[in-house]
Design a binder for this molecule. Structure first.
Ligand code: GRF
Length: 306
């Protein structure tokens, strides 16, 4: 049971212990507070007392666990847990499901939706913006997050939104079937690379030709290619004394940062910029433009219902 929880919540044994303590103490506190409030209300009818008690503990429980999670250092986990729970209750998550077993991802029914996979290796701030943008979209659904890095921030984001995750490993990706059967089984019609650091194998390039986008944090064709990612890009831009940088959204082909450019946006590089300050400005551009460009690209594909 503990192994199942560890896998489900993607946490280690120590964090699992802290989470279980938080649940236990939060639950006991909720019961205690519920009884105190009930005493103050002095309700005579047993049935009404029970209903009132249930309402009180339902309302108090999230507050208690979130309070207890703070000293245990589990606030981020419980914030995500409760927001997921809230979304599930309010029915917003009905179009997506958590899947720990990618082989079950084939259960999809609405063929009028274009199912998108986001490939990411890192924090996933772009993935979050994209997922938020397409929540409830009538034609496009973010159906899968593909990640090559255990512990990457993007995994928490996928969990937040109950999006299935496919964790991939090198051998099969580069020397096996590149997970193409899994993507096909999950009905993936479009791939978005959002900070994905591995080169895409030719099997996927061919299968998703014209159906795969990447975002690069500079104005290609400058500052692209192998090894040009993250702060390496911004360092190079600053070192070259550029007055301007920006983002490039482009189709993916067999070379790093190479396929046809679909969109660029620029920002200033100021004299005292560091890679970190420039990265912040670039991220703002990415968060603003990436999702709408993805939407426009998918909706212009032949065969997509508009
Ligand atoms: C972005 O800057 C993107 O341009 C690059 O990788 C970064 C990913 O950032 N390809 P995040 O993980 O989405 O925050």
């Amino acid at each position: 049971m503990f192994d199942k929880l560890k896998a489900k919540w993607k946490v280690g044994p120590f964090q699992l212990l802290l989470i279980l303590f938080t649940f236990a103490i939060g639950g006991s506190l909720t019961g205690w507070v519920g009884r105190k409030i009930l005493l103050q209300l002095s309700i005579d009818y047993a049935a009404l007392r029970l209903v009132t008690y249930l309402i009180i503990i339902t309302l108090c429980w999230p507050l208690m666990v979130i309070l207890v999670s703070i000293p245990f250092g589990q606030f981020p986990f419980f914030r995500n847990y409760l927001s997921r729970l809230g979304r599930r209750i309010s029915g917003k998550a009905t179009r997506s499901r958590v899947e720990d077993n990618p082989s079950n991802m084939s259960t999809f029914t609405d063929t009028s939706l274009t199912r998108v996979a986001i490939f990411a290796s890192g924090a996933g701030s772009n993935a979050r913006k994209i997922i938020e943008y397409f929540q409830g979209h009538p034609q496009i659904i973010i159906a899968l997050v593909v990640c090559n890095k255990p512990g990457a921030g993007v995994l928490n984001i996928a969990a937040d939104f109950s999006i299935p995750v496919l964790t991939i490993e090198k051998e099969r990706f580069f020397r096996g079937d590149a997970y193409l059967p899994d993507l096909q089984k999950a009905g993936i019609g479009f791939i978005v690379l959002a900070g994905f650091l591995w080169k895409i194998p030719s099997a996927l390039i061919t299968a998703y030709s014209g159906h795969m986008l990447n975002i690069h944090p500079a104005l290609l064709p400058k500052y692209g290619g192998k090894g040009m990612y993250g702060n390496f890009v911004h360092e190079a831009v600053i070192a070259a004394g550029e007055k301007e940088s920006g983002i490039t959204i482009h189709l993916v082909d067999g070379e790093y940062d190479h396929g046809g450019t679909l969109f660029q946006a620029t920002c200033e590089v100021v004299p005292d910029d560091t890679p970190a300050t420039l990265a912040r400005r670039i991220h703002e551009l990415e968060h603003l433009h990436f999702a709408p460009v993805i939407e426009k690209t998918i909706l212009s594909l032949p065969g997509v219902n508009r």
